[in-house]
Design a protein around this ligand. Structure first.
Ligand SMILES: O=C(O)CCC(=O)C(=O)O
Length: 250
């Protein structure tokens, strides 16, 4: 999980491609690749299926506004974020603050690598268990770890990266649950990065609403980088929870 503190160069992902999202100020446009009603997996009403070459995601609004507001408030009160060295990142020899706040929670006995250190997540707290159990009840997937990212406003962001750490259970999905400000979320294919990309696949751009769930299914993370770009017009905070299954160390 080193990359949570690395590669923080700002990725001003262009808002190419189509967008998704309709709640809490997210204007609704159907993304290319979304195939309502014809997917066999997660064939529950209200799922939107987002597909592109090697990209397999499902999106829905999981919590209504009142419940999402309550969860957001509890997260604000209960989550304890990293401080000190864990909230800083060294890029080309220079130290910077990570442009968001982060925390990890999970099962007892788990360890993971963060900024070159072997750490244990904090024990689960009720608000995180509540969200985790809702996602598990809906999807049938289990999770033993969550990364919490808090963005104080649209200047906070996360650069392009893949969640392809060795610690993740192979082929396991990542469940991303968002509360607070609606933010753009972009996928870029690995062959379409850099100044002279090998291929020019369109960026897949979503909007993640208050109370929403985005399931990032295998093999998305093998082929696509994702980011939460800077959006200076966003003034409100947002908290994102990514539930993961990580392998216990032998
Ligand atoms: O805040 C978000 O939606 C993105 C978080 C993310 O990219 C991650 O946890 O890997």
């Amino acid at each position: 999980m080193d990359r949570f503190l690395k590669g923080e160069e700002q990725e001003q992902t262009r808002r190419k491609g189509a967008t998704l999202g309709e709640d809490e100020g997210c204007p609704r446009k159907r993304p290319r690749g979304e195939t309502p009603g014809n997917a066999t997996r997660l064939a529950v009403p209200n799922w939107r299926h987002i597909r592109a070459e090697g990209l397999d995601c499902d999106y829905m609004v999981l919590f209504g506004k009142a419940e999402a507001d309550e969860i957001f408030q509890q997260l604000e009160e209960k989550v304890e974020y990293f401080a000190g060295a864990l909230a800083r990142v060294q890029v080309f020899g220079k130290w910077h603050n990570v442009p968001r706040k982060q925390a990890t929670y999970g099962d007892a006995g788990l360890t993971y690598t963060f900024s070159g250190l072997t750490l244990s997540p904090k024990p689960w707290i009720p608000v995180l268990e509540r969200v985790r159990d809702r996602v598990s009840g809906l999807t049938g997937q289990t999770f033993n770890f969550v990364l919490v990212n808090r963005y104080k406003d649209g200047r906070d962001h996360i650069g392009e990266h893949r969640d392809d750490e060795r610690e993740l259970a192979p082929r396991s999905p990542i469940a991303s649950v968002s509360f607070g400000a609606c933010r753009d979320f972009c996928f870029r294919h690995k062959d379409s990065r850099g100044k002279s990309p090998r291929r020019r696949l369109e960026v897949v751009s979503l909007q993640l609403a208050h109370g929403s769930l985005l399931m990032m299914n295998h093999p998305t993370n093998a082929h696509w980088y994702h980011s939460l770009p800077v959006r200076k017009r966003v003034l409100a905070p947002r908290i994102n929870l990514t539930f993961r299954k990580i392998l216990p160390k032998k």
